[in-house]
Design a protein around this ligand. Sequence first.
Ligand code: HEM
Length: 478
Amino acid sequence: MGAMLPETTATRSFDDLPAPRGIPWFGNALQIDSLQFHVTLENWARQFGSMYRFQGGPRKLMVVSDPTLIGTMLRDRPDAFRRTVRSERVLKELGTTGVFSAEGDEWRRQRKLVMRALTPEVIRNFFPTLKLLTERLLTRWQAASAAGRKVNVLRDLKAWTLDVTIWLAMGQDINTLEHDANPLQRDIETIFNRVARRLTAPISYWRYFKLPADREADAASARIKEAATEFVAQVRARMEANPALRAKPTNLLEAFVAARDEADSGFTDTHVIGNAITMVFAGEDTTSNTIAWLLDFLARNPSVAGKLAEESDAILGANPVLNEFASLERFTYLDAAVNEAMRIKPVAPFLGLETNKEQVVGGVLVPPRTPIIVMLRLAGMNPADFPEPGEFRPERWLGAKPPVNDDPARKLFPFGGGPRFCPGRYLAMAEIKMAVSMVAKNFRVGLDKNPAEVRELFTFTMTPSSLPVHLVARQGGQ
Ligand code: HEM
């Protein structure tokens, strides 16, 4: 609770915080373009310091970018801080009621369910599927390369992570990589766009009247729920036919159902379905965008790409795709490159928290129910911790590990922190390593001629506006 914060006595009131100048009623809302939400907040932090406030319509918000304070607040959940009430309502209204939006004891219960399903063992059992899907991606890109066709890398990565996540979370091979316009894919995208728009909207108009886009989102949400319910029924039928699956689940849905069906589990089918959908939302764009940002860095940093190719050649040997789960641990340089890409281009550049009650934060007395945005990326851009912070240098993650208290890694939160840190981290790293080692082994990543400027768009996750890279088959790459 509050006692865990470094300072428990307030020296300033909330209104003493510096703030950008706003206008009556709207506050600063009109100064924020929702696609550039994070950039505006970061620019204000440079101007107003590591703690400031702003006003989004009727709501007063606080913004914090000191890494130590951020770490403490993330740890102090779910008691002192929660996710924002707005994000909980928006996600619930669109049918994603799972661990991400739950609070208090309900969160504790659901977190247990999710942690039981996202163990390294379940990921290991899932590995043959991950390998198969990575081979599918390779085959598609090889065919395009042989025919001299340019690959839409961003589109394919998105389709690939959606296929991986749907197979993992729902047990279905929907193959959007090779077949466009899958209805489930369309519905998921509809929901994604609505969630992003509603999270940053100045007022919650849809609770009073619905635009066609809002009605379409409701229909999409109902269809996703119906599909997930059918998938749960299929899993139960499979488990009946093959009871060994209960002890050795090969995907998340099987693990969820096995946990749910234990005596006195406290879980219901609603928990299972809500969390299967939550996994898709939390696991898809986050992973594809992280890979996309990394490939963009590789295209612009040929020497890093060269070292990755060397490492992948050594670990994959004659195989075009990694074929041993245990070897995922061996990618030291790739690990460093992923860390570095996530430091400069984290797909979650900030997180929204909210005080449960009156609370002292960094010496400021913050009223109950105040949203506090913690600026995760800024924490990793301090030159004292990361010299020349704008430079992409995987090497800064290699070599002897510094003592814990001086370890700059503790100031980075690409997967969040504290008890609500991302439970999909291990899976995400497995996916990233499979895809990027396949690329490094088989292709050279080139930067397009006259590449368009790549802008960061905040669409729930931070997406590149384009990915101006192309893949050239490596001579003797396989
Ligand atoms: C590179 C990929 C990913 C990144 C960068 C990422 C990042 C994050 C971040 C920053 C949070 C918030 C943590 C916090 O509040 O402290 C989070 C939460 C979460 N992530 Fe991920 N994530 C990724 C992939 C995944 C995957 C693949 C899954 C599952 C299949 C997943 C499932 C979740 C869930 C369920 C939560 C909510 C946890 C809770 O509230 O207790 N994520 N993730």
